[in-house]
Structures are given as C-alpha cells and as structure tokens.
Design a binder for this molecule. Sequence first.
Ligand code: TNX
Length: 536
Amino acid sequence: MRRHHRTTPRVTRLLGSLLLLAAGTFTLGAAPAEHPSAGQRDAAPLGGIVPAPASVEPGGAPYRITRDTAVRVDDNREVRRVGAYLAGILRPSTGYRLPLTTHGHGGIRLRLGKGPFGAEGYRLHSGADGVTLTARTPAGLFHGVQTLRQLLPAAVERDSVQPGPWQVAGGTVQDAPRYPYRGAMLDVSRHFFTVRQVERYIDELALYKINELHLHLSDDQGWRIAIDSWPRLATYGGSTQVGGGPGGHYTKADYREIVRYAASRYLEVVPEIDMPGHTNAALASYAELNCNGTAPPLYTGTDVGFSSLCAPKPVTYDFADDVIRELAALTPGRYLHIGGDEAHSTSHADYVTFMDRVQPIVARYGKTVVGWHQLTGATPAKGALAQYWGLDDTDPAEKAQVVKAAQHGTGLVLSPADRLYLDMKYTEDTPLGQDWAGLVEVRRAYDWDPGHYLQGAPDSAIRGVEAPLWTETIRTSADIDFMAFPRLPGAAELGWSPAAGHDWDAYKVRLAAQAPRWDALGIGYYRSPQVPWPAG
Ligand code: TNX
C-alpha cells in the first residue's frame, strides 16, 4: 500500500487549504526559535534546506564569513574550479575578496578525503574557525557548496553588495543521495530554447542537486540538433515550432557548450531523439524516410501520435545509425534516450522490429539506452533504463509490464505524469500548461514515495526520478520558472533525501524559506496556497 495515496486533485486542493490555515499559525509560532538573531533573519537553520540532508547535527558556534575569509582548496584542478564557482557566488553580494588559496587554515575549506560519502555525498562542518566541506569527489564538493549556499541568507544570491552578516549555523551535515539519477527534462522541440536559456535552467537545477539534464531534442514540431550527414533535419526540420514561430536548432558547437556548462555544474546531459513516433520534423525533411516516399509538411500543432518512421525500410536504420553515431560522439554522458512513446501510428510488430534494430546501434556507439516505458512492450536491451510516465491510475496491466521488465533487470526512472510533469497546471486557473494528467499542486508533486510507487519493482531497479517539462505552452525562461517553481525542488528532494525524513509538513516550511532566494535570483514562481510563504 502506498503511504501517501491521494484520491483526486479536488481533495488535494481542499486539504491544501486546510493545511494553509494550520501552517500560518505554525510558522508564526516557530519563527522566533528558528531565527534567533535579527541579523540572521533569513539564514537557514542547519538542515533547513532543500533537498533535506541525510543527517544533521546542529551545535556549536556559527561561522561568519568576513572580509578576511579565504576559500582554501586542495591543489587539484577540479577542486579549485569548485572553489572558484563558490567564490563567484559569494563575491558580488558580500563584496569580499574571498581569495582562492591552497595555503593557511580556517575560512571556507574544500577538500577531497575519505569517508562514507559515496560518489556524490559530502560532509559539511561549520564552527567558529570556519566551514569545511569534505567529499570523495569534486561532484560531492559541488553538492556541498549548494548546501552552504542555502545555509547563507538569501541575499547572498544577489549580484550587488548586500549588508550581511554572512553567518552559517554551527554543526555537521553528513549527506549523500538516495538515488543516483535525479533528472529534469526540457523539451526544446515544441518551443526552441537558446543555449543561454538552457544554461539558466541548468543553474536552477544545480541549486537542488539535480544531476541529469534530459534534452528532448526532436519531435513532430522541430528537430533541434545539427546532424552533418542529414543536414536538412536541423535547417528545415528545425525551422519552426508550436504556433509557427521561427524555431531554431543547436549547432554542434552550441550543443558542446551546453554539455560543457552542464558538466561544470555536475549534470550529465541525456540527449533524446524520439523515435519511431514523434518524428514529423524528420519525415518532413527527408521524403525517403516515409513509407510512401512523400514528405509531409512541417507541423506546428500539438497533436501527438500521427507520425512514424518506416520500420520496414532499410534507410530508416541508416538514418538511425548516422544520427546516433553523431549524437553519441558529441555526448560524454552514458545515456542516449531513443524515445519510443506514443508510437500510435506504428504497428506493434514494427515497433518491436524497430527497437530490436535500434537499441544495438546505441550500444555500438558506447551508450546505454533510455526509453519511455513503452519500450518495455518490446525487448529492452541489457542495462537499458525505462522512464515511467504513467499515472497513479494507469492500467494495472501496463504497470505490470514495466514491473516485469524491472524484475528482469531494466532500470527505472520515475516520472509519473500526475506527479512530476512540470507542464501540468497547478490549478484550473494556471495560465500555462496542460491538464490531461490532472492538476498537480505542490503537495501532490512531492507527497509520494518513488520506492513504493510501482508495486513489485525491485528496489535495485529504481534508479531515481525525473521531472519533465514539455513545452507546448511554454515559450520563455519566465514560463519555465513558473512551472518548475516550486515543484522542481520537491522532485529533487524525492531523488536525494532519505525516505524516512519524507514529511510534507516539514518540507513545506523548508520550501517556503526558498522563496527569498528565488526572488534574489530573479526566479518567478507560483505562490501556491499550500505553502506558508514568508510575507512580502
Ligand atoms: C505526453 S510523455 C508526451 C509528450 C507531450 C506531453 C505533454 C511522453 C513521453 N509524451 O509528447 O508533450 O505528454 O504533457
């Protein structure tokens, strides 16, 4: 039985309103204890961050960053880089020099060391003399830096000098993620987003320790990545978008820049070419890819399920080979997502044939297959990941097929559409988004357990969660922010924090405390009535 079962969005909304009343009282009562000194008005208590750390031992004197503070790093290129990133955040708002040095003691120290940190965990110790971050890897240090950021007052995020003081509560945080895959997807096909816009989103994801950026690079409405051997995919297939705007595509240099920027924030890029359905942009670009040899027009609507690559034609697999080879060569990450959803105009037999032929191509170019969970209706390759995007009440037979694949070794990434689809409206009044999977308020997005979501799936099969943002109705960075905030941090916490600490009432208080940080960063968000936002 699921512990956090919700019945309908209406009930969730009602509960939300009741909780709001309760929360208002609670926050007012709790505020003085949580914020002991006036100068620390919006500095977090140790552990009062998102995602919640695995363990927190508050105590001892706090550390105050001053004009004499240095950032001390190991003599190691990557550690130095993480230190420079941290100093880059702290300098504009504190106005301090914060020199990077490998000498001395005290201050903010970033060091690699042994400990029970795993590949991404860290320890943060804060006391009168300084803050020390220790991790086994630079990725762990980077995540520790995000924790340190959130322990400082929100004004630290501003890009002009602020009054401070810049104090970090005393104590020790020991932290490591629950799941190795904590993803966010951006659909750059339905509406195209520039490199700068994607990088802005990457920075927002990094703040919440998300480590996978899934880019939905092709769909009916647009092909967004240059492929040298099939140049019209991008130049023609990428020349429009939903509603008929100019579209766009990434050159290989653009894509490499996104990959580089993501890596600098310790995110792995998971590129997706959606096949065999969702392929009108490709079919429009090359007549020979169509079974009837005729190219359809470009498509700027929002229907799904009408297009298919031609499974019986040999050229289909030359195409897939070229695209996958070129994309794999651009991608240092482990994964290549081949879509596979809503192939409604591909027969089941053709679908299976297609997947049987295309999955080995992905392996040949050194990548691991990821597919939407319909892939489990074919034969997932050894080591493949299936991304579940069903609903709580998806047909049990469909869930059983996914569970069975998981029992046979297919890894699962959970993206339940009625929980984690960031394009679902919050309420019926939300101006953006869709509602085919229902309304997804903040509590609904957070209040479920990935470990108990698909009955019968072995624990070891659950690799993590991903929050997709489809962009049929999303055009700008402000649109992205409004749909992602405040639900994205909840998805991040589901992926990072231990199940034992999962608690909506505690979470919503930590979430509310993020709002001044979003204000400082220029991130607009939905002021859900379920969350006890600070006044003002
Ligand atoms: C379903 S989820 C889709 C997308 C749409 C999305 C809109 C999935 C694998 N396919 O093509 O953009 O719904 O919410």
